[in-house]
Design a protein around this ligand. Structure first.
Ligand code: IVH
Length: 688
């Protein structure tokens, strides 16, 4: 402890060497806990402190830097090309089985070759969808790493593999029999490098932002990341590894595959925790079923399971064919990609008005689910992939995501395929379509049936028109029963009282309350009214800016794009969005209908008639019995007053409700004017 506290500059070289060694061991151990076991025992901050200390020591004494120091994961300069590595033992591939029968045959063949009726013991492992690599440890130090290549010769990707945190740069020393340290002279470990789904999505998001081509799947992303000439690029991708076997070992012998896995796990390598010993063909089939069920919940892609004969003596007896061993089989899961044909491209309208092109497909089974539709995301994606109606395409499902058209098989084109363009009118309501960024939107927000529920929810929300009783369930009910077809219909509900009473969950009292709340909402402030319209890009703040700038809804409706652009808070997209909104006749009709229904369109400019509370500031504390806090604030604003959220000398009146809180105490201390709810109502011209 004392030593660690000593300033790095005061360390002698000998002290520094000792401390660096101790720090490396400690860091390696914590790295192993974190990246391999997924169970850290110190905080990230503490870990960083150890790393920084080691870096400082190595900086002061560069001769102490070792190649297996944890500071040396990313250090190498970009390579011009990869060298080649010959595998001392060929890296074989696996025979695939796609059906139960094929697995049964595999097991029978083994029994026949071994001349036995006894149940075979297998090790069942997840089959990762990544890239096979070999790691070489000499005297416990990671010296070389390579790709599988053609099985005999691979590429030297040592510098890139060093950046993967779950690959130890130095093996953990294991106490062998009799307490002696046993580290093999040479250990070749094989495993699969992969990119977890989250990492894959992150990499693709970054590529999308940079306008680069997306990786098709985690496997390609892992391969692309590992085969980077610049290790810094590899280091920026959260690659990981699961080890599943060995090549040459010098200094130890094993008798089963499970022992091999236990051993490599013990020396610090990452082995998939789902690996299991199973008995006979039944065990393999059950394992396959279990993992297929788990598949969607894992954070990495699996393409099947692998079953390996556990006994190494039996493996030897069974031998290998040209490229694959007789003692192992990969039992694949149903593929998540399939080929089919795009019969049509239709356009869906989402709750927010976004138009999504959807491919109508010749039905096809993908990963055990029949799919008939797949998203094409947006026009840019369609253009990039060049998807046309009539094209043969590859569709894919990844995780729980909606199926998507992944690529076009251009070789199959006949010339009769038709390109697709987004419609100019919304397929749901006929309103004009505007494009914001990569997305096309319907501009008929106030009446488009696809957006209606969302529009009403926004329109009636607390910070908009503030109508209590228009919760999600009720809105759904009103829309589904055809009582509301556009937001203005809310103000005509009073004429449909009988129908309301006929609805489930509604009674005289609740209907009364709702209709009262609707009536009370007819006098919004201008900013609330503008906000309530739900113009794309116009939030509460901008609504207030617009209200101040234009003074009335009418003059906002007539504003040109240039006029809107002259307001500092408004950019070109919002200006266009506001313009398009008020150009759309569907919206204008609903606005006129709102006015007809008696909704007051306030004038913000000081007019002949001043509000009752002009220039006065109110503060509320405690619960009011006649209105909600939001309602009370709205009433003050509608009468030209302002509201404050804390007690200060700027406050003219403090309205004290039931069980007031700390604001009340503060207000009293400041000697502010306290009034009751009744007095407040009187000021508003309401009955007490
Ligand atoms: S064993 C002799 N085990 O599948 C056996 N391979 O087609 C050689 N793979 O190149 C491989 N997970 O990339 C084995 N648990 C696992 C595996 C696995 C994925 C990949 C590996 C290999 C390919 C074989």
């Amino acid at each position: 402890m004392k030593k660690q506290a000593k300033d790095v500059n005061e360390l002698s070289e000998e002290e520094a060497r000792k401390e660096a060694e101790r720090l490396r061991d400690e860091i390696n151990y914590h790295n192993y806990r974190y990246y391999v076991l997924d169970s850290p025992v110190i905080s990230d901050a503490e870990f960083d402190r150890l790393m920084r200390r080691l870096e400082a020591i190595e900086e002061r004494f560069p001769s102490l830097v070792t190649s297996d120091s944890p500071t040396q994961r990313v250090g190498a300069e970009p390579a011009k090309e990869f060298g080649t590595v010959k595998h001392t033992v060929p890296m074989l591939s696996l025979n695939n089985a796609f059906t139960e029968e094929e697995v049964v045959e595999f097991d029978q063949r083994i029994k026949r070759l071994l001349n036995t009726e006894r149940e075979i013991e297998y090790v069942a492992e997840p089959k990762m969808d990544g890239l096979a690599v070999e790691l070489v440890y000499e005297d416990g130090v990671f010296t070389r790493g390579s790709t599988r290549g053609d099985g005999y010769t691979g590429e030297d990707v040592t510098q890139n593999l060093r950046t993967i945190k779950s690959i130890p740069l130095r093996l953990v020393t294991v106490r062998g029999a009799g307490g002696a340290m046993s580290i093999p002279k040479r250990l070749e470990v094989r495993g699969e490098v992969y990119l977890p789904i989250e990492g894959f999505e992150k990499v693709n998001r970054e590529r999308e932002e940079k306008g680069e081509q997306l990786f098709a799947n985690p496997r390609n992303a892992a391969a692309g990341s590992l085969r980077q000439l610049d290790p810094r690029v590899t280091a920026s991708r959260p690659l990981d590894i699961f080890c599943y076997g060995i090549g040459t070992v010098e200094g130890i012998s094993f008798s089963t595959h499970m022992e091999v896995l236990e051993y490599i796990k013990k020396v610090g390598l990452k082995v998939n925790p789902l690996v299991e010993m199973v008995h006979g063909v039944k065990g393999i089939l059950a394992y396959h079923e279990k993992l297929e069920r788990m598949r969607e919940s894992l954070d990495y892609e699996l393409d099947g399971i692998v079953a390996k004969v556990n006994s190494l003596a039996l493996q030897e007896k069974l031998g290998v064919l040209t490229r694959s061993p007789r003692w192992a089989i990969a039992y694949k899961f149903a593929p998540k990609q399939e080929t089919t044909v795009v019969k049509d491209i239709v356009v869906g309208v989402g709750r927010t008005g976004a138009l999504t092109p959807v491919a109508v497909l010749e039905p096809v089974e993908v990963g055990g689910v029949t799919i008939e539709r797949a998203t094409l995301h947006n026009q840019d994606e369609i253009d990039r992939k060049d998807v046309r109606i009539g094209d043969a395409v590859i569709v894919q499902r990844a995780g729980d995501v909606i199926p998507e058209v992944f690529a076009v098989i251009k070789d199959r084109r006949t010339g009769r395929e038709r390109p697709f363009k987004m419609p100019e009118k919304c397929p749901m309501c006929g309103a004009s379509v505007e494009r914001i960024g990569a997305i096309h939107y319907c501009t008929g927000g106030l009446s488009c049936p696809a957006q209606l529920k969302e529009t009403i929810r926004h329109f009636t929300s607390k910070r908009a028109m503030d109508i209590e009783g228009m919760g999600e369930k009720n809105v759904d009910q009103f829309v589904e029963q055809g009582l509301i077809r556009d937001v203005a219909d809310i103000y005509y509900l009073k004429d449909r009282k009988e129908e309301l009473l006929g609805l489930e969950r509604w009674a005289e009292k609740s209907v009364e309350n709702l209709l009262d709340a609707i009536e009370r909402s007819k006098t919004p402030t201008l900013e609330r009214l503008i906000y309530a319209l739900g113009i794309r890009g116009v939030g509460e703040h901008l609504a207030a800016v617009l209200a101040k700038e234009f003074g009335s809804l009418e003059s906002l409706m007539q504003a040109t794009e240039e006029r809107l652009l002259s307001i500092p808070e408004i950019g070109p997209e919002t200006a266009r969005s506001i313009r398009d909104f008020f150009k759309e006749e569907h919206n204008l009709k609903v606005i006129a209908k709102l006015e007809d229904a008696g909704v007051r369109f306030p004038q913000k400019k000081p007019t002949a008639q001043k509000g009752r509370l002009e220039g006065k500031t109110f503060l509320f504390t405690g619960t009011l019995s006649s209105f909600s806090r939001e309602e009370a604030k709205r009433l003050v604003e509608a009468e030209g007053g302002m509201t404050a959220s804390s007690a200060s000398r700027k406050v003219d009146y403090v309205v004290v409700g039931e069980s007031p809180g700390s604001k009340y105490e503060k207000a009293r201390e400041l000697g502010l004017k306290l009034i009751s709810e009744g007095e407040f109502k009187k000021m508003l011209g309401l009955k007490e």
